[in-house]
Ligand binder design. Structure first.
Ligand code: ZN
Length: 200
């Protein structure tokens, strides 16, 4: 009998699928804010995919951390749990992109801009991918009850965070600014800019 050819699953893929499954379970009761109320895991998978498609995505830990980036902030996972389950590098990256929930919402938003320049490169990759996914969602399925002004405020703030990161990854930056242009056009900034340009 000829032996069955084996193609072992690479270690990195095993770790990645574990993180995807773990993140999906951690966020199982959470949905996105948009009118479609998409399962939260859709956002995590999109952020991981964006990071993996960066010009230089870095080590597998960055994609794993992308899958887990909202676990501490949103569903009460602890840094210690992440260290045990995924190792110190992944846990450290997740903590870099986790807001301090003891601060007010406005203070947290300001803190993201203040802290962005000092983030390590790999954390900036996740930050850019997160903002890209959020801007896409804002257009595809806007949050219930948000006024156009509030939507536009988010679009401007996302751009301020990404600008504060400085140069990160040309491919990922390009994808972010494409999403930003579409969102800005959808919520009035583009229309206002075009009107300004049309003035004599
Ligand atoms: Zn996120």
């Amino acid at each position: 009998m000829t032996p069955r050819p084996t193609s072992p699953v690479p270690h990195a893929i095993a770790r990645l699928s574990h993180a995807a499954h773990w993140a999906a379970r951690a966020h199982k009761d959470q949905q996105r804010k948009g009118i479609d109320a998409e399962p939260y895991v859709n956002h995590l998978l999109e952020v991981a995919e964006l990071v993996a498609h960066a010009d230089e995505p870095g080590p597998i830990e960055v994609v794993i951390a992308a899958l887990l980036h909202d676990t501490v902030e949103d569903v009460g996972v602890t840094e210690a749990q992440l260290v045990t389950e995924f190792g110190p590098r992944v846990a450290e990256l997740v903590m870099y992109v986790t807001d301090d929930k003891t601060l007010s919402k406005d203070r947290r938003k300001a803190a993201q801009i203040e802290h962005a320049p000092g983030l390590p490169h790999d954390a900036k990759l996740i930050k850019l991918a997160d903002k890209t996914s959020n801007l896409r969602a804002l257009v595809r399925t806007p949050p219930v009850g948000w006024t156009e002004a509030r939507l536009l405020d988010y679009v401007d703030w996302a751009a301020a965070v990404v600008e504060a990161c400085g140069p990160v990854d040309p491919g990922l930056e390009r994808v972010f600014w494409e999403a930003h242009a579409i969102a800005a056009r959808a919520y009035g900034r583009g229309r206002a800019a075009e009107a300004d340009e049309a003035l004599p």
